[in-house]
Structures are given as C-alpha cells and as structure tokens.
Design a protein around this ligand. Structure first.
Ligand SMILES: Nc1ncnc2c1ncn2[C@@H]1O[C@H](COP(=O)(O)OP(=O)(O)OP(=O)(O)O)[C@@H](O)[C@H]1O
Ligand SMILES: [Mg+2]
Length: 238
C-alpha cells in the first residue's frame, strides 16, 4: 500500500523575471522520505521556495493533502503542516538557543522543547548560548528543531548538511533518521549522496528545472554511470 500523499506538485513553472527556472516539475511525497538530488543551479531551492509560497508559481499546481495551496501566503502554507528548513542556517545571533525554541514552541502537539532537547542533547547543553556563538552544525540543529516545533506532517529541508564537517554530517544524518522514524514526511534536498541515500530510498534527480529521473537509492548507488551523468560525481569520489 502506498502511504497517504501529503504533497503533490504538478507541472510547476517558476520564473525569476524573464528567466524560466522550473520547467514543469511534478512530484508526490507522503510519509515515505524522498530525497531530491542534482547539481548546483538545477532548481532545487527554487522548488522548495515555490512550494512554501516564497516565490510565485507561474503555472501548475501545488496541493497539500489534496487541497490546493498555490497562491497562499507562506504562513498559510506552513499552517497546512509543511515545515521548512531553508538552505543556509538562519538563526538570530543575539537570541539564545532556548529563546529561539520558545519563540516557536506551541503548547499542543508532539514536539515540545523537552523532546527537542532529548533528540538534540547538544542544544540542551548550549541552551543559553547565543545563536552567533553556535557552530555551523549546532545552528543547523537549531534550524531543524525550530521547524519540528511547529509539528509539521512533512518537513522540507534544503541541504541540511551543506558545509558541515563529516562528523557533524553524521550527527545530522542520525537526526534525519530519527525524524523519519517519528513518521514525519521528509523531502530532503541533499547533494551529499551518502546522506541522501541513508535517509531516503526514493530519489528524484533534478536537472535543468525538471525532475529528470525518479529512481531508488539502491539503483543509483549501483550505477556510477548514472551518478556521473546526473550528479557529476560518483559516490566513491570522496
Ligand atoms: N532570486 C533569483 N533571481 C534570479 N535567478 C535566480 C534567483 N535564485 C536562483 N536563481 C537562478 O535559478 C536557477 C536555480 O537556482 P536554485 O537556487 O533553485 O538552484 P539549486 O539547485 O538550489 O542550486 P544549489 O545546489 O547551488 O543550491 C539558477 O540558475 C540560479 O542562478
Ligand atoms: Mg539550493
């Protein structure tokens, strides 16, 4: 049985001025995690932003649980249960970890600050540190924690391991697996092939503003030719 479709994007076109960046993207995501891979500039972030209502769709449709959200404001889209962790960590330098979490926390729902501190012991240790005094990995954990506190049914994450040291990449990967096992849907944009395939079996490859290939982690892992063609890298290159 397939899981419930939480997000359905159909034939989405997005422009920046005259520049046509998304050329008819279609995808579906449910509670089974899906990773979106693809080289730089292929439109991955633009897709995330369009889904969250941060850039307008020129045409096509975006549905959350069968309800059209195209044209809604970002806060309205967030309320339908879509969480978003944008590329690059946006934390406030002058707010402490705890203040960030308190600003976001809701009184109801599964994810509470206590649960966050259980899953992210590092954040518990750093709870009084200012955002500006956190390492890159800690900032990323805080960004993920904030998104979870809104109790999303589906979390869209844009390159959560970008720029992190290998040991921290592994920590974030474990956190993504923990979120997955909580039944939160994940759309993970990830150029780190090892992370993408560790978290999601379903893989979408974006190329030039479309989903050029839908495949599985096991199939792509076996096929170095395909990796070179679509990703420009091989998983053995690093
Ligand atoms: N605000 C913008 N205005 C104009 N063009 C943009 C804007 N943001 C992105 N682009 C262009 O749109 C294309 C897709 O960019 P996007 O950021 O979606 O790619 P990406 O796949 O997320 O890349 P990366 O892997 O480097 O994060 C690129 O050619 C980029 O230069
Ligand atoms: Mg991007």
């Amino acid at each position: 049985m397939s899981t419930e479709t939480l997000l359905a994007v159909d034939d989405l076109h997005v422009f920046y001025g005259a520049s046509h960046v998304l050329h008819g993207v279609s995808l579906e995501a449910g509670t089974e995690p899906v990773a979106i891979v693809g080289r730089n500039g292929m439109g991955k972030t633009t897709l995330c932003k369009a889904v969250m209502g941060l850039v307008p769709a020129r045409s096509g449709s975006i549905q959350v649980r069968g309800r059209a959200v195209t044209g809604l404001r970002p806060y309205q889209i967030a309320r339908t249960g879509l969480g978003y962790v944008p590329q690059g960590r946006r934390v406030f330098p002058s707010l402490s970890v705890e203040e960030h979490l308190l600003l976001t926390a809701r009184t109801r729902g599964r994810w509470t600050i206590e649960r966050i501190y259980e899953i992210f012991p590092r954040l518990a240790e750093r709870r009084s540190n200012g955002g500006g005094a956190l390492s890159g990995g800690e900032q990323q954990m805080l960004a993920i924690a904030r998104a979870l506190l809104l109790n999303p049914s589906l979390l869209i994450m844009d390159e959560p391991t970008e720029g992190l040291a290998p040991v921290v990449v592994n920590q974030v990967t474990e956190i993504l697996k923990a979120i997955r096992s909580e039944g939160v849907g994940l759309v993970l944009v990830e150029q780190n092939f090892a992370v993408a395939t560790a978290v999601a079996e379903r893989l979408l490859v974006m190329m030039n503003g479309t989903v050029a290939l839908e495949t599985t982690a096991s199939a792509l892992s076996r096929d170095e030719d395909l990796q070179r063609r679509y990703l420009g890298v091989s998983s053995h290159a690093h």
